[in-house]
Structure formats: structure tokens, C-alpha cells
Design a protein around this ligand. Structure first.
Ligand code: COA
Length: 260
């Protein structure tokens, strides 16, 4: 697979995907969205890839939003299609059974913040900056920002960020739960990889079940979500990894998981 706007490296089971338009602060144009869609597919299909880290090229930006130069002359129908297409690709990251970590190395604005929120876990460098500045352009966010931000940080804080278009720094993003960890810039990728390797050391089907359950409860009544969890919990007991996990614990040795 070749990409025009992404770097795609696989290192010992981890795909490191870098949005690579540093001269435009890695803004999301149509080609980046197309490439991201293919990258999501490649991660999903490849048995050699167990999880992914998404970051931006250069020291300054993760993704500084949708490419504003593509907005001129955009009409309602095409703008709606653009939103739906990007949203669908972001959703497929969120629904991936393989864990995705956003390593936010600078600006995560607009579509960049939305892309980070579609990943399962966010870690940031100390120089990262977050915001949904779309209102300053006369539009609301269109890649899930108005949905995922309230779910992540609560409605009151989200509405303030969405309606002011304010930019917040990494420490504030950490304080309100938008990112899980903040690291010095030169340690960000190593720490993201360490976290992902910890996750990948666990049983893959159980990890995928956790992601699916955490995702699905958003749209469910509590009782339905609990019943769904019981169903997956029961289903996982039929796996070899569940047998191995308990056996290894009782034998006081590390488990050897196979993903079966
Ligand atoms: N779309 C298109 N181009 C963008 C962009 C975006 N979202 N964000 C940055 N760029 C481009 C700039 O136009 C500039 O290109 P140029 O060198 O050809 O003029 C280049 O990236 C560098 O950005 P610049 O604005 O010079 O950097 P800065 O450090 O002064 O400011 C930002 C950084 C992020 C504050 C500023 O670029 C910005 O506000 N970007 C738009 C953010 C936004 O509104 N995103 C949501 C879009 S829906």
C-alpha cells in the first residue's frame, strides 16, 4: 500500500501512522482523508498489525484541522458529503478492535482534535494545543466534535470549548480528561509505544471486547449495556486465551496469548 500524505511504518506489530503535510501543519485535505481510510483498512486487515499509533509530522502539529483552503465554494450538499465521509473513517478507527493511540505532538485543532478523540487513547506532548475553532469560521465541527467532546469531558466544558473556539494547552487537556498523559516532546512516541505494548501484552479478544463494550455503552440504556457486557463476557470464556489466562495465573507464570 502506498500513501501520498501519510507515513506508514510497521514496527514489531505496531503501525506508526504519521500525517505528513508539515508545511500545512498536517491539515486534513481530501487526500489525507482518503489515505487515512486506506490506513484504517490496512490496520484492520493485516494480521501482522496488532495496534496503531497516530501522530503528525514535524515538531509543531498533530493535525491543525480540516484544510481550510478546500472550504471555499463548498456547497451544502458537498460539505455534508465531506463530513459524512470523514466521520465514517473516524468511526472505523473508533470501532477497530485493534487499539489506536493518538500521540498528539502539537496542534490538535478542529478535525485534528476530532481525529484524536476517535482514537481509543490520547497521549500528548507538553507543547500540544487543543481546540475546536470551527465557530470562528462560521461552522460547527463536522467530524464528530460536538458528539465526542461532551462524552469525553462533559457537556458544560465541551459547550464552552465548542462555542468559544478557545485553544487549551496540554496540561488543561489532561486536567479535563481530554488526554490521558502528557510527556516531554522527545519522550512522546516512546511512551505511546510503551502503553500500546502493555495493551498488546493482554489477550487480543479481551482487549477488543473492552473497546467494543466501552464504545457501545454510549448509545445504550444501562440495563441493555450491562446485558451486552454479560453476553461478551460469557462469549470470551469460550476462548483459548481465557483458559490460558486463568491457568497461567494459577501456575504463577506469564500467560502466552494467541488471540484465539
Ligand atoms: N487548513 C489549511 N492550511 C492550514 C491550516 C488549516 N487548517 N492550518 C494551518 N495551515 C497552513 C497555514 O495556512 C500556513 O500555510 P502557508 O505557510 O502556506 O501560509 C501553514 O499551515 C503554517 O501555519 P501558520 O498559520 O503560518 O502557523 P502559525 O504557527 O502562525 O499558526 C495555527 C498555527 C494552528 C494557530 C494556525 O495555522 C491556525 O489557526 N490554523 C487553522 C486552525 C483551524 O481553524 N482549524 C480548524 C479548521 S475547521
Amino acid at each position: 500500500m502506498t500513501y501520498t500524505t501519510l507515513l506508514f511504518d510497521v514496527r514489531d506489530g505496531i503501525a506508526v501512522i504519521t500525517v505528513n503535510r508539515p508545511d500545512k501543519l498536517n491539515a486534513l485535505n481530501t487526500q489525507v482523508i482518503t489515505d487515512l481510510g486506506q490506513a484504517v483498512d490496512q490496520v484492520r486487515r493485516s494480521p501482522d498489525i496488532k495496534g496503531a499509533i497516530l501522530t503528525g509530522a514535524g515538531p509543531k502539529s498533530f493535525v491543525a484541522g480540516a484544510d481550510i483552503s478546500g472550504f471555499q465554494g463548498l456547497q451544502a450538499v458537498s460539505a455534508r458529503q465531506m463530513s459524512a465521509r470523514g466521520s465514517g473513517i473516524f468511526r472505523s478507527i473508533e470501532r477497530s478492535g485493534k487499539p489506536w493511540i493518538a500521540a498528539i505532538n502539537g496542534f490538535a485543532l478542529g478535525g485534528g482534535c476530532e481525529l484524536a478523540m476517535a482514537c481509543h487513547i490520547r497521549v500528548a506532548s507538553e507543547n500540544a494545543k487543543f481546540g475546536q475553532p470551527e465557530v470562528k469560521l462560521g461552522i460547527p465541527p463536522g467530524y464528530g466534535g460536538t458528539i465526542r467532546l461532551p462524552r469525553l469531558i462533559g457537556k458544560g466544558r465541551a459547550i464552552e470549548l465548542l462555542t468559544t473556539g478557545a485553544m487549551i494547552d496540554a496540561q488543561e487537556a489532561y486536567r479535563i480528561g481530554l488526554v490521558n498523559h502528557v510527556y516531554p516532546a522527545d519522550q512522546l512516541m516512546a511512551e505511546a509505544e510503551k502503553l500500546l505494548r502493555t495493551i498488546l501484552g493482554n489477550a487480543p479478544l479481551a482487549v477488543a471486547a473492552c473497546i467494543e463494550l466501552a464504545n457501545i455503552q454510549d448509545g445504550m440504556q444501562l440495563d441493555d449495556a450491562l446485558a451486552f457486557e454479560s453476553g461478551l463476557f460469557g462469549g470470551l470464556f469460550g476462548t483459548e486465551d481465557a483458559t490460558e489466562g486463568a491457568k497461567a495465573f494459577l501456575e504463577k507464570r506469564p500467560p502466552k496469548f494467541t488471540g484465539k
